[in-house]
Ligand binder design. Structure first.
Ligand SMILES: Cc1cc2nc3c(=O)[nH]c(=O)nc-3n(C[C@H](O)[C@H](O)[C@H](O)COP(=O)(O)OP(=O)(O)OC[C@H]3O[C@@H](n4cnc5c(N)ncnc54)[C@H](O)[C@@H]3O)c2cc1C
Length: 542
């Protein structure tokens, strides 16, 4: 499978920026130690802070929750006296090998990322559909009728994907661009369901239900039916579902280690964000205001003691979700009577749709499934959706994702408390594999659960495109290029909420790098070599 070095909507190769060890940009010396405000301490916020620190600036990260990491969230199972406590990945679980920026920094901080994510066919798997059990053996083809649907899907999707990949492989970006533009024109207003049906993509309409339940064997696609077909095509073209890995230490560790990483500043210091105490936890940004005299943004925030303060910065990077931005009032006028963003961006912030997901984990005494030869992945059309038995190398315990529920199922589950959910999920799993179910006894009765829809300052798992929303998405993505234009208020948007392929950490990280360049330019840096600011907003018309 071809793994591109960039993402289809920008064709910008971020690895070219990361070849040098030093700072991304050179600032004038009189700008050293200036503070930059960062809203959000997830992957995007912390990476942006690290790169700004390397340039000689003092980033200040405001994070409403008690921890850094955001949606890279490896929640340890406490109450166990293990030296290496097992953990539940509540946000990102699998990292696709096309996540070049992620792996670049993961290598720098010494994470082990070569652990395979349980995928049917790559390992033993089971599909439970309409109360019938289908086995999918390691190295083998999917069982019927999924095999047939898989072939139909490939026959449908490959004629779109293969010519793009063939041209991309040869470095013929002009052809890649022509092809992707033709897909945008054709599909930008169509849902996945509509395209599957109109094009008889998987044969008869009755096949849709079965296809919806287990998709092409990675995840059921039914929860995505109403969303944009282009979003799915993007995922396939960008190779996000090809060859997924998981981090042995947990994805939170990625952010923690970036925070603790010592870097060299132009002033000759060896310092980390942690040394500088750059993170302000339990601190909620209440508003982003604007000073028309200095033309600088102001953050108004409430700290852990509920004290409300404000601070003016030369620049601010906002990395929260667009739903959180809407509730924060980023689309309203500031106290000085001006808007922070133009109307197109304000509308896009308000309309940005979110996808729902919830996860429920337990931890078992040991990795029982290995001894009993049981499949580690179960896909089903029941409320559990996806069940995974996770084998993390640094723990002897079994980490069981009883359910990774998506869309309406996730919404439905918010009415039930986690302990009751375990009973519901076990009822389903008893039907599927009673031998495994007997072993699913939560150690210390601990259930770790998350509903992303009700998670504070998230309001959903990740942004997702609906038919027609890519024009707004385009405005959000390129907002970082407003630096030094008449629209520039010194506030730049980054993170998963504005990237092209949301729901993948790579998008969060690349948009963080975009805004690092915006801040540098605003501070008078000489920008040499390739820069995300060179990305062309007119590369594609949406
Ligand atoms: C269920 C789920 C599954 C996923 N699966 C995968 C996967 O398999 N592979 C993959 O690559 N990616 C996956 N992702 C996506 C990945 O987790 C995200 O792309 C990435 O973590 C987003 O990072 P971020 O910094 O942009 O946003 P976040 O991590 O959300 O960080 C934003 C931070 O801002 C804080 N914040 C918001 N508003 C304020 C405020 N007003 N004041 C102070 N702080 C504020 C929030 O608390 C949060 O910590 C998944 C995400 C979810 C939720």
């Amino acid at each position: 499978m071809f793994i591109p070095n960039s993402m289809i909507d920008t064709l910008f190769d971020y690895t070219a920026l990361l070849k040098n060890e030093g700072a991304l940009c050179e600032l004038p010396e009189n700008k050293y130690h200036q503070e930059v405000g960062i809203v959000g301490g997830g992957a995007a916020g912390v990476l942006a802070a690290l790169e700004l620190l390397k340039m000689g600036l003092n980033p200040v990260i405001y994070e409403v929750s008690p921890r850094l990491g955001g949606r890279l969230y490896s929640q340890p199972f406490f109450q166990l006296d293990d030296a290496e406590p097992p953990f539940a990945e509540l946000g990102a679980m699998r990292i696709p090998v096309c996540s070049h920026v992620f792996f670049h920094y993961a290598k720098k901080v010494g994470l082990h990322c070569n652990v395979f994510f349980p995928t049917p066919g790559k390992e033993e798997g089971v599909i439970y559909y309409k109360k019938k059990l289908y086995e999918w053996h390691k190295g083998g083809a999917a069982p019927e009728p999924f095999k047939k649907l898989g072939i139909l899907w490939e026959l449908f999707i490959n004629p779109y994907v293969e010519p793009v990949h063939a041209a991309w492989k040869k470095g013929d970006l002009e052809t890649v661009q022509i092809l992707w533009q033709s897909y945008i024109d054709r599909f930008k207003d169509k849902s996945l369901y509509q395209v599957l049906l109109e094009q008889s993509a998987i044969g008869l309409p009755e096949n849709l239900d079965c296809f919806g339940s287990v998709g092409f064997g990675k995840i059921g696609l039914q929860p995505f039916f109403q969303f944009s077909f282009l979003e799915i095509l993007r995922i396939v073209v960008n190779a996000f579902f090809s060859n997924n890995k998981k981090t042995a230490e947990g994805n939170s560790e990625f952010v923690k280690r970036l925070y603790e990483l010592k870097v060299k500043t132009p002033q000759g210091e060896e310092v980390s964000l942690a040394d500088r105490q750059a993170g302000r936890l339990h601190t909620m940004v209440l508003k982003i205001d604007y000073n028309p005299q200095t033309k600088n943004p102001i953050l108004i925030y409430k700290d852990a003691e509920n004290k409300i303060s404000q601070k003016e910065f030369n620049a601010v990077i906002y990395t929260g979700s667009m739903s959180a931005a809407h509730l924060l009032g980023l689309t309203e006028k500031t106290n000085s009577g001006v808007y922070l963003f133009d109307q197109k961006i304000r509308e896009s912030v308000q309309k940005s749709p979110m996808f729902y997901a919830s996860k429920t984990y337990i931890c078992t005494k040991n990795k029982f499934w290995k001894k009993l030869n049981l499949p580690p992945c179960i896909l089903s059309d029941e409320i559990t959706n996806n069940t995974f038995f996770m084998d993390y190398p640094f723990t002897k315990r079994g980490v069981i994702c009883l359910s990774y529920s998506l869309g309406l199922n996730a919404l439905k589950l918010t009415a039930v408390d986690p302990e009751h959910r375990v009973i519901i999920f076990k009822r389903v799993l008893e039907e599927i594999c009673s031998v495994a179910n007997k072993e699913l006894i939560p150690l210390e009765r601990q259930v770790v659960n998350i509903d992303w829809i009700t998670e504070k300052f998230q309001n959903g798992a990740f942004k997702i495109s609906v038919p027609g929303s890519d024009t707004g998405q385009h405005a959000l993505y390129y907002q970082f290029q407003s630096v030094l234009t008449p629209e520039d208020k010194g506030v730049y948007l980054a993170g998963d909420g504005i990237c092209w392929s949301s729901g993948w950490v790579e998008g969060a990280l690349t948009t963080a790098l975009n805004t690092v360049y915006s801040v540098a330019k605003r501070m008078g840096a000489q920008i040499k070599g390739p820069s995300p600011l060179d990305q062309k907003p007119d590369l594609f018309t949406y």
